[in-house]
Ligand binder design. Structure first.
Ligand SMILES: Cc1ncc(COP(=O)(O)O)c(C=O)c1O
Length: 394
């Protein structure tokens, strides 16, 4: 028994030493305080929040407390917070909801070429229903020029949707400037803040948005929960019709357990916004890579206007997928797929017009609250040992 326990412990230590998670833009672990807050709603409070009796009251109270906590992070009125099943649903609701509410007024939507598929694909779907969509290009850093948005506006434009920060390269968009253009023309403005929330300040009035999407699992809350912020008075159809939950804006009994988790995660996130520990680690990571690889390593994304946790780097002339497969135990993402010797860059890197020999070597490292300096240094060392300085072909 003792031997078994100590063998398991040894194995545990060995596994811990090997496994390093640097993919926080893909998903975050649930924060321990969030787990604790959710527990009574797993084990005790089962009531329907719409029930007015003793079983429903704690559930209803918990949802309203969560709504307040989200509102504090977004700096909005709690009544403007609508709980959803995540970032994809929030984006679908925003885009389709405005189109269906305003289709008599116009059919033109403006977005960018680097949006998440949860924005691009609802737009593509609406094109089949008669929408016209302009996909505004970005520069080499993944930044949108507000003037390009301005030029794309037509008398038929009903919606502009531009992500706050990009999931692959972390570039932060000039949302406030774009909001001025939208406001000046009476156009509804949505931003997908799935990646920015909790990493940088996301106050809806500072950003000037009418609609904003949140994804819980990027914020140390569980997967399958999110928020659509709907500024009071914004014309929008529900995506899911049914009973009058969420003041008639999103039908379906609220997922109390996950909503409670998201509320707590938002409360905690406020505490981290002024903490630059992750930024410092990310910059250390980049400096160590530059010191060793020199011109053989290239930064993808904006050098300054970028999420503080995101480091997307290209190992020039190498294949990111090959490198990651040799870095067994290190969780990160690539920006290109290599098939039978040819390279398919991600739509984001393509839109940034990154050349194939640079783009194919892209790896996104995204750091989080549990990332340590030891982990960063260990990954750099593994990269030094793994990636030769000479050129290889995919
Ligand atoms: C920018 C962005 N938008 C939307 C989503 C989708 O969110 P969810 O997974 O909660 O549906 C993601 C998730 O990767 C994302 O990064």
């Amino acid at each position: 028994m003792l031997r078994l326990a100590s063998a398991a412990k040894d194995q545990g230590v060995a596994m811990k030493a090997q496994k390093i998670y640097l993919d926080f833009n893909a998903s975050t672990p649930i924060a321990p305080e969030v787990v604790q807050e959710m527990e009574p709603f797993l084990s005790q409070h089962f009531g329907n929040p719409s029930s007015v009796h003793w079983a429903g009251i704690p559930a209803k109270g918990a949802i309203e407390q969560a709504r307040k906590r989200v509102a504090e992070l977004l700096d909005c009125h709690p009544g403007e917070v609508v709980f959803t099943s995540g970032g994809s649903e929030s984006n679908n609701h925003a885009i389709k909801g405005v189109f269906f509410a305003l289709r008599q007024k116009g059919n033109h939507i403006i977005t960018t070429q680097i949006e998440h598929p949860a924005v691009i694909n609802p737009c593509r779907f609406l094109e089949r229903l008669g929408a016209e969509v302009t996909y505004v290009p970005v520069d080499r850093y993944g930044s949108v020029d507000p003037q390009d948005i301005q030029k794309a506006v037509t008398p038929n434009t009903i919606l502009i949707t531009v992500m706050h920060a990009n999931n692959e390269v972390g570039t932060i968009q000039p949302i406030h400037e774009i909001s001025e253009i939208a406001k000046g023309r009476g156009i509804i403005f949505h931003t997908d803040a799935a990646q920015s929330i909790g990493k940088i300040v996301t106050k809806v009035d500072d950003l000037g948005v009418d609609l904003l999407s949140v994804a819980g699992h990027k914020l140390y809350a569980p997967k399958g929960v999110g928020v659509l912020y709907i500024r009071s008075g914004t014309p929008i159809e529900p995506l899911i019709h049914g009973a009058g939950h969420e003041l008639g804006r999103r039908a379906g009994t609220e997922n109390v357990l996950l909503v409670v988790g998201l509320g707590k995660a938002c409360e905690i996130a406020k505490r981290y916004l002024s903490d630059n520990r992750i930024l410092k680690l990310r910059d250390r990571f980049w400096k160590l890579l530059q010191d060793h690889f020199g011109e053989k390593v290239v930064l993808n994304g904006h050098p300054v206007h970028r999420l503080p946790n995101t480091l997307n780097v290209s190992f020039v002339g190498k294949a990111g997928g090959d490198i990651l497969s040799r870095l067994d135990g290190i969780a990160a993402s690539t920006g290109a797929a290599c098939h039978s010797g040819s390279v398919e860059l991600s739509p984001v890197l393509k839109a940034m017009r990154i050349s194939p020999d640079v783009g194919m070597g892209a790896i996104r490292f995204s750091l989080g609250r549990t990332t340590t300096q030891e982990e960063v240094d260990a990954v750099v060392q593994r990269l030094k040992n793994t990636v030769p300085l000479s050129a290889t072909v995919c």
